[in-house]
Design a protein around this ligand. Structure first.
Ligand code: PHE
Length: 456
């Protein structure tokens, strides 16, 4: 088993044990802090339903077709993102410049995990506190508690270290006995907890207000920054362009139909975001709190709400456990791409590769943790290190990688290879192919250009 997992010959690559296994790990990658932390606060700060509408549009028009394309690349390559691109470039007789898709992916997942792990560390701290119950206190006290956490490098680094260790421990176990097994336990638990929370929201909080906030149609609230934010988020939440999907696709066997399973993954991911949004805003509105609280929404507003609600201790604890599971399964998919590259490139064993990559990401994460306190004065382009990494990855690298993936799949690869790999035919193939060839790249390009200010 071990040998199989570290072997380099494509035909020896280990595979998920079933299509259900692939579904779970990919949903595990997609559902993460993006759904539970970013989506609610971005929705809250970008006018609620306006953001939701554009986000749904981006998922459908850009996200789903690209998710299929990226999975297809990985499965055809049966190697790390870079190895996969090397093979596909050779097969298509294309320029080596296309290896950029692989390198951007590896770099992106490495960078994202460095700050993702710090945020997941905050969540660990709050899970710990939630277990003891949040003591009722005035609103300002919760804001202060969060600021105190950010101001404390020791605590941030402690939780970041623990979270990286948890992530590495799973990836050390290998593809099926580590990654797949962890997702088989965590993902179904996550869904159960979420259903419970929505039920709670319906009875104990203000679900109708949350519903209105998320789905009340208001086209006037859509502007450039909403567009850009929503597109970046559509990429982020589906784990696109950052090596994770190519890597997970490379462990997929040829028997599984890519389009159907990708659609199911996207539906599950969107459903989790919407349900989480509903239950979070139901609590926020029931307590008369501010939806546009920003990144602190999850960690300042919710503990305040939990401290005042009936059964708040149990509900609060379950909620944070859910967020930990979501973050953990996503981090696993952010660590694996670099690990598989190091194994493939340097012929190292999985254990050594996991340790090396984890150490690198951990170090960068320490810098992120310090950017909230000791190094808070250090900025580049007016952004602190944390915001810089977030902007660089989700607003620039992800759309760029997405654009390259779309163009490579539709314009560089041979059409019959693409058709053969995606397993669609007739009309449904031409439809998907045209979307990837024209609609997604044009949409990404327009939003890019628009934001840079070249267009209107
Ligand atoms: N999709 C994950 C989330 O929503 C984040 C992620 C991005 C994971 C890119 C892998 C690759 O939190």
């Amino acid at each position: 088993m071990k040998n199989q997992e570290t072997a380099q010959a494509p035909e020896a690559r280990v595979h998920w044990s079933s299509r259900w296994g692939f579904f779970l790990v990919t949903v595990g990658s997609a559902v993460g802090l993006g759904n539970l932390w970013k989506f609610p606060y971005m929705t809250g700060s970008n006018g609620g339903s306006a953001f939701v509408l554009v986000y749904l549009f981006c998922i459908l028009l850009i996200g789903v077709p690209l998710l299929m394309a990226e999975t297809l690349l990985g499965r055809r390559g049966q190697a790390s993102p870079v190895g996969t691109m090397r093979l596909l470039v050779a097969e298509a007789g294309a320029s080596k410049a296309w290896l950029a898709i692989g390198y951007i992916g590896i770099m992106g997942s490495f960078l994202i995990l460095s700050f993702y792990s710090v945020v997941a560390g905050w969540v660990l701290e709050y899970t710990w506190q939630a277990a003891g119950g949040f003591a009722p206190a005035p609103k300002e006290a919760f804001g202060q508690a969060f600021s105190d956490l950010l101001a404390n490098p020791g605590r941030l680094i402690f939780w970041h270290t623990l979270f990286m260790a948890m992530t590495a421990a799973v990836v050390l176990g290998g593809v099926t006995s580590g990654i797949e097994r962890a997702n088989r336990i965590m993902m179904p638990s996550l869904f159960l907890i979420l259903l419970f929370l929505v039920g709670y929201g319906a009875f104990a909080a203000d679900l109708p207000a949350a519903f209105r906030f998320l789905f009340h149609f208001d086209a006037a609230a859509i502007n450039r920054s909403v567009l850009f934010a929503a597109m970046g988020h559509a990429f982020f939440t589906l784990s696109l362009g950052m090596g994770a999907i190519i890597t997970y696709g490379s462990y997929l066997d040829r028997a599984t139909s890519i389009p159907r399973i990708c659609l199911q993954v996207a539906v599950a991911d969107t459903l989790v975001a919407l349900l989480a949004g509903l239950s979070i805003f139901a609590v926020v509105f029931a307590q008369g709190l501010e939806p546009a609280a920003g990144p602190g929404l999850l960690l300042q507003t919710l503990p305040l709400a939990f401290s005042q609600m009936p059964g708040g201790q149990v509900v609060g604890f379950l909620f944070f456990v859910l967020v930990v599971f979501a973050a953990w399964t996503s981090s696993i998919s952010l660590l694996e791409p670099s690990v598989t590259l190091v194994v493939e490139r340097f012929g190292l064993g999985r254990q050594v590769a996991v340790l090396l990559v984890t150490l690198g990401i951990w170090l960068l994460g320490v810098a992120v943790a310090l950017s909230f306190n000791a190094w808070s004065g250090v900025t580049l382009f007016g952004l602190g290190f944390f915001d810089l990494l977030d902007t660089l990855t989700s607003k620039i690298m992800m759309p760029l990688a997405g654009l390259l993936i779309a163009v490579f799949t539709a314009w560089v690869m041979q059409r019959r290879h693409v058709a053969d790999e995606i397993g669609l035919s007739g009309r449904s193939f031409s439809f998907w192919y045209r979307v990837v060839a024209f609609v997604s790249p044009v949409a990404i390009a327009i939003i890019f250009l628009n934001v840079i200010g070249i267009l209107g």
